[in-house]
Design a protein around this ligand. Structure first.
Ligand SMILES: Nc1ncnc2c1ncn2[C@@H]1O[C@H](COP(=O)(O)OP(=O)(O)OP(=O)(O)O)[C@@H](O)[C@H]1O
Ligand SMILES: [Mg+2]
Length: 256
């Protein structure tokens, strides 16, 4: 079942069409990757889904409810959380306090909020840094803090905008583990990512944008072979390397 549907979504900024007639579904419980070159329209699409931008035309539904023109706080309350491409923790607050801000979006009960914040903190491997000022964290910890805060709001769908950008190999692996942990808890994930190591092995499906248009939607193993995607985004050499690491989409038990 689709938890999120995007239908004929168009978003223009004056003469610039940042999203042009885009349609796709996000199936409940899956990880969907949104990829494409710089300026392809990925963040714009996130902003439309999260209610930060009002689409020029088209329709977005979440759990079969039309959310196209709802304000962002209502969409958030329905169970859609997001992280931002540029991390913005509350720098002077501690790690735990930052996560509590998310938890209080869901409940006004202090004991409940604390319990939920601590659970998300642990899940994000941040317990060790609980009392540290968020502003002093490494980028890897800041990025996981951003996810932890979003997770603490108790979302059904989480939108991750370049969660692995700027991370070391080890930090990227930690982020991938966190994303898989969220999936195993039943959270659906729509993620924008340029770091292919972070998305190819875990995405159930990729949606590729280029110049505001959707050029393909398929399992990673098929997307990396697509000539148009290779031309627009990967390049030949990169694509050969990716083919090895891509999820083949044979999770139904059949042999590849
Ligand atoms: N608020 C805005 N006003 C005007 N133009 C915008 C606005 N937001 C985005 N754009 C334009 O829309 C296009 C798509 O931008 P967007 O940020 O969605 O791309 P992106 O795929 O997220 O790129 P990146 O990989 O660099 O983050 C770009 O040409 C951008 O300049
Ligand atoms: Mg972007």
């Amino acid at each position: 079942m689709a938890i999120l549907t995007v239908r004929n979504l168009t978003k223009s900024f004056g003469a610039l069409v940042a999203n042009n007639d885009i349609s796709f579904d996000v199936e409940s419980g899956t990880i969907v990757g949104l990829i494409g070159p710089n300026g392809a329209g990925k963040t714009t699409l996130f902003n439309c889904v999260a209610g930060l931008y009002r689409p020029t035309s088209g329709r977005i539904t979440f759990e079969d409810r039309d959310i196209t023109n709802l304000p962002s706080w209502r969409i958030a309350r329905m169970g859609v959380a997001r992280t931002f491409q540029v991390v913005r923790p509350l720098k002077e607050m501690t790690v735990l306090e930052n996560i509590l801000v998310g938890a209080y979006m869901r409940t006004g009960n202090p004991a409940e909020a604390m319990a939920s914040a601590k659970r998300c903190m642990e899940m994000s491997s941040l317990s060790h840094y609980m009392d540290r000022r968020a502003g002093g964290l490494t980028i890897g910890n800041k990025k996981r803090l951003e996810v932890a805060r979003a997770l603490a709001t108790g979302p059904k769908l989480i939108l991750l905008d370049e969660a692995a950008a700027g991370l070391t190999t080890t930090e990227t692996r930690e982020m991938v583990e966190l994303i898989l942990r969220m999936k195993s808890e039943g959270v659906t994930i729509l993620m924008v990512e340029h770091i292919m190591e972070a998305i190819m092995p875990i995405a159930d499906k990729l949606v590729v944008l280029n110049g505001g248009e959707k050029i393909i939607e398929d399992v990673p193993g098929v997307v990396v072979e697509d000539p148009e995607v290779i031309r627009a985004y990967f390049g030949e050499k990169y694509s050969r390397r990716l083919r090895k690491g891509a999820k083949e989409g044979n999770d139904d038990g059949r042999d590849a």
